[in-house]
Write a protein that binds this ligand. Structure first.
Ligand code: GRF
Length: 196
C-alpha cells in the first residue's frame, strides 16, 4: 500500500478530493497532511478524517529555504511516506528537496502548462483572451511548474468570466483530475491523462 503525504497551505479542497478517493481497492492511502501554515483550514478537515497532521512553519526560517526544508524532511520522515502530493501548497521547494523526491512528488497547477507558470493564472488567461483554460498535474522537479505532465483537464472560458468564476470552474476539474492521475501513477502508469 503506497503511503501518501499531502501538503497544503489553505482550504485543502484538492487534499480532500484525493483523500476521499483513496479507499477500497485503491493502492494508496493518506499517511499525513502537512501544512506550512497552522491556520490552514484543511488541517481541521484532515483531523476530522483521522489523518495525522503536521505544521512546519516557514516563517521562523525567513529567507533560509534550506533550513525550512531540513525541518520539513525530518517531520516528514516520521510518517514514512512513499509519495508526496502538493495540493495548494504555496511554498517554492528548492532542488535540495525536490531532488530527494524526484519521481515521487506530484503537484496540481491551475493552468494548461506550459502556459502560465507561477501565480494569477486565471487572470492571465483572461487578459490574454484565451477561449479555454484548465489545470495540470505534473511531477515536481527543481524548475517551478515544469516537470513531466501527468494529466490535464480543459474548461471553456466564458465571455463574462472573472478570475473567480474561471477559478471555480477549473477547481471543479482539479478535483476530478488529481485523484484520477494519482491512481494511475501509483499503479505505475505515467501516460498523461487528458480530460474531457
Ligand atoms: C488550487 O487552485 C490549486 O490549483 C492550487 O491551489 C489552489 C487551492 O487549492 N495549487 P486547495 O483548495 O487548497 O486544494
Amino acid at each position: 500500500m503506497t503511503r501518501v503525504a499531502l501538503f497544503i497551505s489553505g482550504g485543502g479542497s484538492n487534499m480532500l478530493s484525493l483523500v476521499e478517493s483513496m479507499t477500497g481497492d485503491h493502492p494508496a492511502r493518506p499517511c499525513l497532511v502537512l501544512s506550512n501554515r497552522a491556520d490552514a483550514g484543511g488541517l481541521a478537515k484532515a483531523e476530522a478524517l483521522g489523518i495525522a497532521t503536521e505544521v512546519v512553519d516557514h516563517r521562523p526560517h525567513k529567507g533560509d529555504r534550506a533550513a525550512f526544508e531540513t525541518e520539513l524532511q525530518s517531520v516528514l520522515m516520521r510518517h514514512s511516506p512513499d509519495l508526496i502530493c502538493l495540493a495548494g501548497f504555496m511554498r517554492v521547494l528548492t532542488e535540495g528537496f525536490t531532488s530527494q523526491w524526484e519521481g515521487r512528488m506530484l503537484n496540481i497547477h491551475p493552468s494548461l502548462l506550459p502556459k502560465y507558470k507561477g501565480l494569477h493564472t486565471h487572470q492571465r488567461a483572461l487578459d490574454a483572451g484565451d477561449t479555454e483554460a484548465g489545470c495540470t498535474v505534473h511531477e515536481v522537479t527543481a524548475k517551478l511548474d515544469d516537470g513531466p505532465i501527468l494529466g490535464q483537464a480543459r474548461v471553456p472560458v466564458e465571455a463574462d468570466d472573472t478570475a473567480e468564476t474561471l477559478a471555480a470552474r477549473v477547481l471543479a476539474q482539479e478535483h476530478i483530475l488529481y485523484p484520477a492521475v494519482l491512481k494511475r501513477f501509483v499503479s505505475g502508469d505515467k501516460t498523461p491523462l487528458y480530460l474531457p
